[in-house]
Write a protein that binds this ligand. Sequence first.
Ligand code: 3E9
Ligand code: MG
Ligand code: MG
Ligand code: MG
Length: 364
Amino acid sequence: MEPELTVPPLFSPIPQAIHPRHADIDVQTAAWAETFRIGSEQLRAKLVTQDIGTFSARILPGGREEVVSLLADFVLWLFGVDDGHCEEGELGHRPGDLAGLLHRLIRVAQNPEAPMMQDDPLAAGLRDLRLRVDRYGTAGQTARWVDALREYFFSVVWEAAHRRAGTVPDLNDYTLMRLYDGATSVVLPMLEMGYGYELQPHERDRRAVRAAAEMASFIITWDNDIFSHHKERRSPGYYLNALRVLEQEGLTAEEALDVAIAQRDRVMCLYMRLTEQLSAEGSPQLRQYLSSLSSFIRGAQDWGVSSVRYTTPDDPANLPSTFGDTPTDDRHEPLDIPAVAWWWELVPAPAGPAAGLRRFEQTA
Ligand code: 3E9
Ligand code: MG
Ligand code: MG
Ligand code: MG
């Protein structure tokens, strides 16, 4: 076994925040998991200790309490699918059968009245979630949520094909898969519901706004890959994360960690510039949405270094307890990942000291 990696404090310019009702929400989510019997007894016993309600309270620090609870139950449900079926279950090695189950679940989310999967706990939990999505969201937001669930499911089927073959995708394919299989895009409609507004499609679907959401997904999933590496590497069987992808491209484990950190730092710098630019010109709803993306990033960070899901106290991970204010790499240069290189076209390069000096000389 290789020596354990030590994760240094990562760069995060986003302030920490949490919903004041976090403790109650966390208890309620554990109770919801028991009521709906999400996952096997063994999986559920673990999930209810992982502060998933607290995670949700960090994502929506000023949100409606009912939606914070809804999001918490939904994230726990997602782990019921991702851990229970994809990563630890048999279907995770059978992409065709997995696709069948996930299509049936989509039907339940879309038409909860459909008389199917009536003895399935995940389907029952999903019916309850759909009922509450209807209560706190518009018809448009409900449709976005179902569509986002479909894109998450589509990506885990791709991941399952790699698991079955024992292969590791290249960095571009992995990035594309990871924008969806971290289930970040299914959370987005709940960011709107949390604060009781609906972003207009012309704003939400703007290229730059979609890019901001994708950058948030990138940062959240790269951070997860860094913080969950210890848990994932020691799990039996196949695992896939950015560090494994980079190692396959020829780097040592330490080099892969440094490169993954540099990549997320560069995207974080770009994200901060883009969201500042968009906030200055956008509607109040867009400003709230961008602020929620940032809370989602920071919430995933604070949860990622503290939940027993990742700290694994019986075999402790070397995780940091703080975050830093300096990136290891702040170059305004596209990452060598074709699927996302276009993000850098959206923000002008910052004026460096030399450029500033030139401007001064011209006006002087
Ligand atoms: C995350 O990737 C898998 C999702 C299904 C987890 C549910 C969480 C969210 C919807 C919020 C996004 C938060 C993240 C990605 C932490 P992976 O690597 O299987 O998660 P793991 O916890 O096993 O490392
Ligand atoms: Mg997963
Ligand atoms: Mg996982
Ligand atoms: Mg992970």
